[in-house]
Design a protein around this ligand. Structure first.
Ligand SMILES: [Zn+2]
Length: 335
């Protein structure tokens, strides 16, 4: 089935571009800019991927992102991920970009986007890649800082389809970001937020009610709240679930404990995504493969998950219909 899924057109909706920075590229860029890291080899970097929780991951993640300094770095980062899309038939991707991460290094948003634009243009003309960017905010920073970045992004409004809220979840509830989300909504952004990964189900409710999001990133802790599950199913609120990430960050001890297929069977619009593939041991296809090997996912379930990815995308309905036609065409040739 992995072969069948590899060729199938798919969407990925929860991917932090900094989380796709692989160890060889990390070391190359650190050497280029003379950034001193506590790791000298690919093996040493990868040995540090043994996380105990979200925060232990974030410490390494921000250290890794600190090597990104000029437009060429951002071009290479985007190009590397879009190449994965080509290889794994991820025909549509929605990529989370977190410009606040680069502020300590003094990198301007214009520099970041200059690199991204070049790589995206090449992928669009090269193989027709569909790409959207999500302007993602760091919730461990004050809301005032996030509002300042929202304004900084105003001249680049067309680059982003949505805003998101990432980084440390515990102690940084959705309620802290109501002004940010209201301002973003006024500017016409689609709205999504991380909720219910390490934070409680109440954060999912608050993201929906206080921030008016139409999509939830992760959301797996909804399983603890039956009433919330019913609401998510009834409203078809998409959850962008990241199975390998959840196991690496100890939300579940083993993949066999993951509840994604239960949520699917209960009628929720769950999707499969890789989150930070360089750090969590696999890209989108490896996430699907883990569900097959550890949860005995059926072909029907795999297909539903892929269809949910198209349904949940921040795309106009014509574009979703076109994606579905690509899928139908593939299934006619590979039933
Ligand atoms: Zn995430």
């Amino acid at each position: 089935m992995t072969q069948w899924l590899a060729g199938m057109p798919k969407a990925e909706l929860h991917l932090h571009l900094d989380g796709s920075l692989r160890a060889p590229r990390l070391l190359q860029l650190a050497a280029k800019h003379g950034v001193s890291l506590p790791y000298k080899t690919v093996e040493e970097v990868e040995a540090a991927y043994n996380f105990s929780d979200l925060q232990s991951f974030l410490d390494l993640y921000y250290l890794g992102a600190s090597v990104l300094r000029d437009a060429e770095d951002f071009y290479l980062l985007m190009k590397d991920y879009l190449e994965v899309c080509r290889l794994q038939n991820i025909v549509h991707c929605e990529i989370m970009v977190e410009p606040q991460t680069y502020i300590p290094q003094g990198v301007e948003l214009s520099v970041v986007l200059e690199g991204f634009d070049k790589a995206i243009d090449e992928a669009k003309t090269g193989w027709g890649q569909s790409v959207k960017l999500i302007l993602s905010f760091l919730r461990h920073l004050p809301e005032a800082d996030c509002l300042a970045m929202l304004q900084t992004a105003d001249p680049y409004r067309d680059h982003f389809c949505a805003i998101g809220l990432a980084s440390a979840e515990k102690d940084f509830p959705p309620a802290n970001f109501q002004t940010l989300y209201r301002e973003a909504k006024d500017r016409g952004y689609e709205l999504t937020a991380h909720a219910g990964e390490e934070g409680p189900p109440a954060y999912i409710r608050d993201a929906l009610q206080l921030l008016s999001v139409s999509r939830i990133d992760h959301g797996v802790r909804a399983v603890e709240d039956d009433e919330l599950l019913h609401q998510l199913a009834a409203d078809r609120v998409p959850l962008t679930v990241c199975p390998l990430s959840n196991v690496r960050l100890c939300v579940y001890d083993y993949m066999s404990e993951h509840r994604i297929l239960d949520l699917l069977e209960q009628g929720l619009c769950v999707t499969v995504n890789s989150d930070d593939p360089a750090y969590f041991g696999g890209d989108l296809l490896e996430n699907f493969a883990a569900l097959e090997s550890d949860l005995a996912m059926s072909k029907e379930q795999a297909l539903l998950l892929v269809r949910n990815g198209f349904e949940a995308a921040f795309l106009p309905s014509e574009a979703k219909i076109a994606l579905d036609e690509q899928l139908q065409d593939y299934l006619a040739r590979h039933p």
